[in-house]
Unconditional design. Sequence first.
Length: 165
Amino acid sequence: MRKSAHKLNAGCGTHTAKGWLNMDLHDGDGVNLIGSLLDIPLKDGSCSDVYCGHVLEHIAPEQVKDALAEVRRVLAPSGELMIVGPDLDRARPDDPIREVIIGEHPKSLRAGDIHLWVSTEERMLDFIDLYDWRYVCLDINSVSRKWPVVSRIYWQYAIKCTKVL
């Protein structure tokens, strides 16, 4: 059996990662695959790892299920998915993240900067539970360095998933 070749950094924006296939809706420095989480231009089971860092909250809530199905499709049977995102429940009352957790970021330049739903770990688990995933919720600071996590700020959730076969 051939080893899956791709490590996919899905919805990378400007946060590309060396050694990863960096996919985004928009072309940019380090982006080597133009595509959407709703239609990933890769073969079934072709990814050993998929990283979704601060991307799913930019997809309409009614489409998150479809995005996770698409990630599931490209993920190899033994592959891993890491989801990192902002968690409003962890933010302090005076945290600036509260201003951008839903709606347009004050410095937005592109449509992709807009959050389309209030992101929390609990809400993401509701989406994950729509499919058969084994998952573990992690403290952001305990996430393995193998993942291209850009920052390790306390108000982020991290969920590592594998497919139930």
